[in-house]
Design a protein around this ligand. Structure first.
Ligand SMILES: NC(=O)c1ccc[n+]([C@@H]2O[C@H](COP(=O)([O-])OP(=O)(O)OC[C@H]3O[C@@H](n4cnc5c(N)ncnc54)[C@H](O)[C@@H]3O)[C@@H](O)[C@H]2O)c1
Length: 385
């Protein structure tokens, strides 16, 4: 096992009717900015519950944070905070709102051009406003991690940053708040969580027995509940399981002490930035092709994955690996998520553009062995046409 430091200070408040507990966790004297996305949080009553819980505190609201939150919109929130002297942020929404809130928290007192937070991937973030979240979409794990992904409309860029200063102080996870999600978003959540686990699990054997078994348990659970959680939108236990699995998939636990990949994500970000494909859908396109192209480097883990997650024990090594990859694609497709670029109307003409954006963003040596060069990324994209 590799050396590691594990740190996760986010308090999780989980379960039915837990939003009222905000009253205990947002400081009584706080001057709060509530950040949210579109109209769903208003329509389904989540914002009303939040307002009630915040009681007599000074509260301002900032709506309109997009899916794939943009720098342009978020800098308006930064201006509001500065003008009104607000000192605590509360994100109400999915990964986009929480990621956006992390950026805003880091940008308010940042010296210099705030886009540099993304350019430097967060290394020079030295502080952030405190914030909490009320999660309405199980998918990204943003509610319990210190990462954030921000887009810039002007330049069609999508970049990530991470900093220990942007862990949420707390996150409220009430599974009933997910009942209003469109089917497409639930499916995306399953695929996103699945791929987060794969990025930390499917590398090479590193002796992390607990990490492997945790990861396999989460993958098996997603395979078990994936189609059911879509078909039964008001089943509390299914929604509760999806919510907690998605959080555990990317809160640092399963990735501690083991190699991590993340090449699929980096290519996926460029596809979203250039073609507006939902984040999770880009992952479902890239992951199966990534596994196929890098089959030799990942052979040991692919065989373990085939046996322990898909129960594939017969046939040659290559047959088991091929079946495991085919099952992975079939799982995404069973969620109604197409796994080929062509299904999104894209062909070979898109590849040069994605490769040049990867180059521009320094993504020239990705993966657990840093050997996913631009040439390998090109082959992955070709394999996903
Ligand atoms: N921080 C991380 O670790 C991390 C990890 C993976 C992805 N991301 C990023 O997160 C973003 C995606 O976040 P997401 O998948 O959570 O989706 P999202 O936050 O973009 O939300 C998707 C849509 O669902 C709507 N929605 C949210 N909750 C709803 C509800 N309860 N009822 C009805 N509609 C609802 C939103 O308004 C939005 O239109 C991407 O930008 C991605 O790159 C971040």
């Amino acid at each position: 096992m590799q050396n590691f430091e594990f740190y996760n200070p986010t308090r999780i408040i989980f379960g039915k009717d837990t939003i009222a507990q905000l009253a205990d966790h947002v400081p009584a004297e706080a001057r709060v900015l509530v950040l949210y996305g579109g109209s769903s949080a208003e329509k389904n009553g989540t914002l009303a519950e939040v307002r009630a819980a915040l009681g007599t505190r000074t509260v301002r609201e900032f709506g309109g944070i997009e899916a794939n939150p943009t720098y342009e919109t978020l800098m308006r929130a930064v201006a509001t905070i500065r003008e009104e002297g607000l000192d605590f942020l509360l994100a109400v929404g999915g990964g986009s709102v929480i990621d956006g809130t992390k950026f805003v928290a880091a940008a308010v007192n940042y010296k210099g051009d705030a886009w540099d937070i993304l350019r430097t991937h967060g290394v020079d973030v030295t502080g952030a406003l405190p914030f909490g979240s009320v999660l309405t979409l199980p998918a990204t794990g943003s509610e319990m991690n210190s990462f954030s992904v921000i887009s810039r409309t002007e330049t069609r860029e999508k970049l990530a940053f991470g900093s220990p200063h942007v862990f949420p102080r707390f996150s409220v996870l009430d599974p009933t708040r997910t009942y209003t999600l469109p089917v497409r978003q639930v499916a995306n959540g399953v695929a996103d969580a699945f791929t987060h686990i794969m990025e930390q699990y499917l590398t090479y054997p590193a002796g992390g027995m607990a990490q492997d078994r945790f990861a396999e348990g989460l993958l098996l659970s997603l395979v078990e509940i994936g189609p059911k959680v879509i078909a039964n939108p008001h089943d509390y236990d299914l929604r509760a399981n999806l919510m907690w699995i998605a959080t555990l998939a990317l809160n640092g636990l399963i990735g501690a002490g083991v190699p991590q990949d993340w090449a699929t994500h980096m290519i996926g970000h460029e596809l979203t930035a250039r073609h507006d494909i939902d984040h999770a859908r880009t992952l479902a396109i890239v992951l199966p092709a990534m596994l196929r192209v890098r089959k030799e480097a990942k052979r040991g883990k692919l065989l373990q994955y085939a046996e322990r997650v898909w129960n594939l024990r017969d046939g040659t090594e290559d047959e088991r690996i091929e079946s495991a990859i085919a099952r992975t694609s079939a799982f995404f497709e069973s969620l109604d998520i197409p796994t080929r670029l062509s299904a999104y109307g894209l062909g070979t003409e898109t590849i040069d553009g994605v490769i040049s954006q990867l180059e521009q963003h320094g993504m020239t040596a990705l993966g657990e062995h840093q050997d996913v060069t631009l040439e390998v990324s090109r082959r992955v994209l070709e394999a996903s046409l």
